[in-house]
Design a protein around this ligand. Structure first.
Ligand code: FMN
Length: 366
């Protein structure tokens, strides 16, 4: 039986026509070269999944300083831009739309993973001490103590986001998603345990929100607010972020500022399905209420059409993102529509190089 849910209906996201309300969530898969250049198998991978209404790419480094993981792709050179073109062309030729997620890893980096001239920067010299960073050369390593960003570095980093966004548009992307979630550079500014500054960029909610707002504004001005979204993870604990008791106030203030800029969407992360504390419904509702000019994408833990459709019908969000189900089900939209059982992903090949566990998941037999 075929589902006739709203989830599968065409929709407009500002000027963008989407073939359904299903989003492929951004997922780092580490299939670029050691020099952070996209590869042909990435074109195959995204092409296979282009039945999604909107694909958001894996986190892409806007700067050598943001390329903290091995083999993540970048968008800080013309060579990288040109290599992305075939990915975009493939997705577009299948009727899909695609945004690039700009992920600056900040302190979640290791020199061995990065270009030679890269610097490991963060709002404050606070290292992540609970886990190790994987490197291809020497396996797991301690995270370094990052260098505290000067005001000049903050300015040049914002410019890197702008240049990266322009390159993404030149490559044909429909827009960019600023990664403000999951403990990377922008959330390192948002969170008081990673931002201990006492200048304009730290010490108060207004100051800790400043970098996120400035990056969003600069990108929106460079490529268009209708082409700029942001991902946020209130109450997230990934990569050593510690929740604090003013989170509701902080994210409400942040949302108001992003609404004023006129960003296309806020993409809310809820990783409770991955074992982290639940994100209270109240903060999701507050973000939605204060973001009247744009759309809300909800993500985390969706495994079927019914629950995803319910949250759209109940007006909790406009689009629903699926992450892990897209890894192992290239034809996820078809499977959801026809109630076909979903295949489980193989965690062992999430970040390994090469085609295995990447482009070899079969489609369901129709
Ligand atoms: C292998 C893998 C890589 C991921 N990489 C990213 C990333 O680059 N950027 C990001 O914002 N989230 C990333 N995530 C989080 C997902 O976008 C998503 O929020 C998470 O998987 C929860 O959704 P799900 O329950 O549908 O999988 C990643 C998740 C996985 C499983």
């Amino acid at each position: 039986m075929t589902n006739t849910y709203k989830l599968f209906e065409k929709t407009e996201l500002s000027q963008l026509s989407l073939q359904n309300r299903i989003v492929m969530a951004p997922m780092t898969r580490s299939r670029a070269t050691a020099d952070h250049i996209p590869t042909d198998i990435m074109t195959t991978y995204y092409g296979q999944r282009s039945d999604a209404g909107l694909i958001i790419t894996e986190g892409v480094a806007p700067s050598p300083n943001g390329a903290g993981y091995p083999r993540i792709p970048g968008i800080y050179s013309d060579e990288q831009r040109d290599a992305w073109k075939s990915v975009v062309e493939k997705v577009h030729s299948n009727g899909g739309k695609i945004f690039m997620q700009l992920m600056h890893t900040g302190r979640i980096s290791h020199k061995l993973n990065m270009p030679d001239d890269a610097e490991i920067l963060a709002p404050s010299p606070v290292p992540f001490t609970n886990e190790k960073m994987y490197t291809d050369q020497e396996g797991p390593q301690d995270y370094p103590v990052p260098e505290k960003m000067t005001n000049d570095k903050i300015e040049s980093t914002i410019q890197e986001y702008v240049d990266a966004s322009k390159r993404a548009i030149e490559a044909g992307f429909d827009g960019v998603e600023v990664h403000g979630a999951n403990g990377y550079l922008i959330e390192q500014f948002l969170a008081p345990n990673t931002n201990t500054r006492t200048d304009n960029y730290g010490g108060s909610i207004e100051n800790r929100n400043r970098f996120a707002i400035e990056v969003s504004k600069a990108v929106a001005e460079a490529i268009g607010k209708e082409k700029t979204g942001i991902r946020l993870s209130p109450y997230g604990v990934f990569n050593g972020i510690e929740p604090h008791n003013e989170l509701d106030k902080q994210y409400t203030e942040l949302t108001k500022a992003l609404n004023e800029i006129g960003l296309l969407y806020i993409h809310i992360v809820d990783h409770s399905a991955m074992g982290t504390p639940k994100v209270p419904d109240s903060i999701k509702e507050a973000i939605k209420d204060h973001f009247s000019n744009g759309a809300i994408i909800l993500s985390g833990g969706y495994n079927g059409a019914e629950e995803a459709n319910r949250d759209i019908v109940e007006n909790k969000g406009d689009l629903i993102a699926f992450g892990r189900p897209f890894i192992s089900n290239p034809d996820l939209v078809y499977r959801l529509k026809h109630n076909i059982e979903l295949a489980a992903p193989d965690h062992d090949t999430f970040y390994t190089p090469g085609p295995e566990g990447y482009i070899d998941y079969p489609e369901a037999e129709s």
